[in-house]
Design a binder for this molecule. Sequence first.
Ligand code: FE2
Length: 213
Amino acid sequence: MKKIYLTSVSEAFAEYPKNLLLWNYWDHEHVVGTHFLHYRKVKILYEDEKVCYSEREAKMPFIPFYLNEKSLAVLENENRMISWHSAIFDLIRLKQIFQFEEVGQKCKVIRSDFLEVPNFLSFLQPMFNKIMKKWFIEVWNEDMPMRERRFKVWKLGFKDFKGVDYINDKNLNKNINVSRPYALKLPLPKITKIKDEGSFRKFKKSKHLGYGL
Ligand SMILES: [Fe+2]
């Protein structure tokens, strides 16, 4: 049967560096917490500095049930990330390309979506476009508070979770460079069992207390 792609393109601009946005996309543990309306489980099957292969239970806008999906994300280069999603015995196959365009300490993200479907389902194109644009904006808005917090802490001089030197030791001068580049090292350290049992949602109605520890 002839296959075609339903497509959608969404974009948004953030007042944060590209590496901070990449940190956010590669911080898989926040997904069941911050995005609890869309995800209820994430389990990482494999991860390294460029690749993450995971199982997810996801709920898309206008679709009243969760889909079990397998997801492979690849950081092709520092400006481009690709993810492939497969659900319902590979009947649903979605490819997403994320392009990051950084200017100074700010960054635009462009996400292109491609859903492979049989030709006779081409009439679903307007609905697919609507679903994916709604999904992008909802998830983007849910991510903004943690991005903002992260950037504030970075500008205060964050290095690691041992604390900030000049706050721990009053004898040290507050000598920080607020415009230092945001550092990113993948894969990110984990605090949950996301690689063993998976990360589940514990507090159903909190955007901030959802991490399955
Ligand atoms: Fe997120």
